[in-house]
Design a protein around this ligand. Structure first.
Ligand SMILES: [Zn+2]
Length: 506
């Protein structure tokens, strides 16, 4: 047990003092970087951004419905002196906040959308929804919302104080959970002058990685149309759109055997008729198709064939194939990741309180995981997998192909908590999460300061990127006529928002 763990409750001021003094006053830290670290180490800064994280957590807004979350972040950066462009790339909750002028332009990505069905009480180690069935922050995007915003503001203040040249931009990116915003933001030209991009994700460890990671993904809704009929007296007069969905799903499940093992494929039936006594004339199935960049388009074409075959077999019509999102794998820049890792080591793992460890152990016990509490050491620089086996996806993948990008994974979520699960929602709230947000903001802002003040480092990062781009030129997977699905989560959010409002933390 380390010193900080002994402090416990009621010694917050001493804890903040320790954080302020330990490794951040090291002689080699340049004054510009010391400025961002000092500001973020102030207890009022930690609390302010902790509360923003908790507020976004309580709004738990689904993709493209993040009105309150984006408004809070915009208000925060505007008050700090940023210029904000709003409603960009056809998305009302998309924004870009800028400070400074000219080159270099350093970007920070910020996400703030939640996941359906994951409502859960904060810091509660057993499953207990706040509002049954409502959305929840099961991927920690509330923490990322606040950490990235705090980082951008810290950098702006240091730029002002030390008269640093260049621009800091915060890219407000909606609907990451359904991989929507970044391909559209790139298509709208929002990243065209950006030199380097800092991405971030909350988790249980504190580290970064380089190389190719995650799967590319197509998010597609297939709509079939048939004919209604009385299911009892004259079913032969009808043509069931639900039958088409079911046959399509049987076909894609047989297809699995013949897909390269890096694939992932999952679906939900979003419309399948209203009553058994009316043959459904409309049915919909929503697919996530994932594979590597070089295999995803072919996989998509084969799944479309399954849909066409299902329509033929059922004498229904494949009325619409709507691509909601299409995103690349992540291609993380090595030189940037190495720079991030140095800053992560400089910042160090937060000094968790005994209460943080207790909550972590209680949650770990509930999940049947090793009861080891919160982590005490930062991680190491992650390398690309020797054999890529596929995985999850993020639409920041497209950004990695238009500007050198890497991701700082910062702590706060209990290790052992599961992604897209109530245990992550429970972890991402309250003082333990605040410390993670603060550590993430420090690592991001310290990296941004290096990028603004060290032309050689920037040059090395850019050079690696230019070289890589020769063999990996960017081409969007989005069909030319694709539009952000603004309506997609509208009804679901409307259904839950009134009940959730009573529990907003503001
Ligand atoms: Zn996420």
């Amino acid at each position: 047990m380390n010193n900080a763990q002994h402090l416990g409750r009621g010694f917050q001021a001493l804890w903040v003092l320790l954080v302020t003094l330990s490794p951040l006053t090291a002689a080699e830290v340049p004054p510009e970087k010391q400025s961002v670290l000092d500001w973020l180490s102030q207890p009022q800064t930690l609390e302010k951004f902790g509360r923003i994280s908790d507020a976004v957590w309580s709004y738990a807004e689904l993709g493209l419905q993040e009105q309150k979350s984006s408004a809070l972040l915009i208000k925060t950066v505007e008050e700090a002196g940023f210029t904000v462009e709003k409603g960009l790339a056809g998305m009302p909750t998309c924004f870009v906040a800028s400070y400074g002028s000219g080159k270099p332009v350093v970007g920070i990505l910020v996400e703030y959308d939640a996941l359906a069905m994951l409502s859960q009480k904060g810091r509660h180690p057993k499953q207990a929804p706040v509002v049954d069935g409502a959305p929840g922050h099961g991927c920690g995007h509330n923490m990322m919302a606040s950490a990235a915003t705090a980082a951008a503001i810290a950098v702006k203040q240091a730029m002002e104080k030390h008269q640093l040249a260049g621009t800091i931009k915060l890219f407000g990116s909606p609907a990451e959970e359904i991989l929507v915003s970044r391909p559209y933001m790139i298509r709208a030209g929002l990243f065209k002058d950006v030199d380097v991009v800092i991405n971030n994700h909350s988790g249980s460890g504190f580290s970064t990685a380089y190389g190719v990671a995650g799967n590319a993904m197509f998010s597609v809704v297939f709509t079939f149309r048939g004919k209604t009929a009385h299911s009892g007296s004259a079913p032969w007069g009808g043509r069931s759109a639900l039958d088409a969905v079911e046959i399509m799903n049987v076909a894609t499940n047989y297809l699995r055997e013949h897909l390269h093992f890096t694939y992932r494929m999952h679906y939900v039936i979003t419309e399948g008729g209203e009553a058994p006594n009316v043959v459904p004339d409309r049915a919909r199935v929503w697919y996530f198709l994932r594979n590597s960049d070089d295999k995803i388009e072919e996989m998509y074409a084969r799944v479309v064939n399954c849909a066409k075959g299902a329509a033929l077999a059922t004498e229904t019509e494949l009325a619409e194939v709507r691509v909601l999102a299409a995103a690349h794998q992540s291609h993380h820049n090595k030189a940037l990741a190495e720079l991030m890792m140095k800053n992560i080591e400089l910042v160090g793992m937060p000094a968790w309180s005994e209460e943080d460890h207790q909550f972590a152990r209680a949650l770990q016990k509930e999940l049947g995981k090793e009861e080891k509490g919160m982590p005490t050491k930062v991680g190491t620089l992650g390398k690309p997998a020797v054999v890529f086996t596929g995985g999850a996806s993020s639409d920041h993948g497209d950004v990695t192909l238009v500007a050198p990008t890497a991701t700082i994974a910062f702590p706060g979520i209990v290790s052992g908590a599961l992604g897209h699960h109530w245990s992550t929602v429970a972890s991402g709230f309250g003082p333990g999460a605040w410390k993670g947000v603060n550590a993430g903001a420090k690592a991001m802002s310290a990296t941004a300061i290096d990028l603004l003040t060290r032309p050689d480092t920037r040059q090395a990062i850019r050079q690696e990127f230019e070289e890589y781009s020769k063999t990996h030129p960017y081409k969007s997977f989005l069909p030319a006529d694709a539009q952000p699905p603004l309506d997609f989560y509208e009804k679901l959010m409307q259904q839950y928002r009134p009940a959730m409002e009573a529990f907003y933390v503001e």
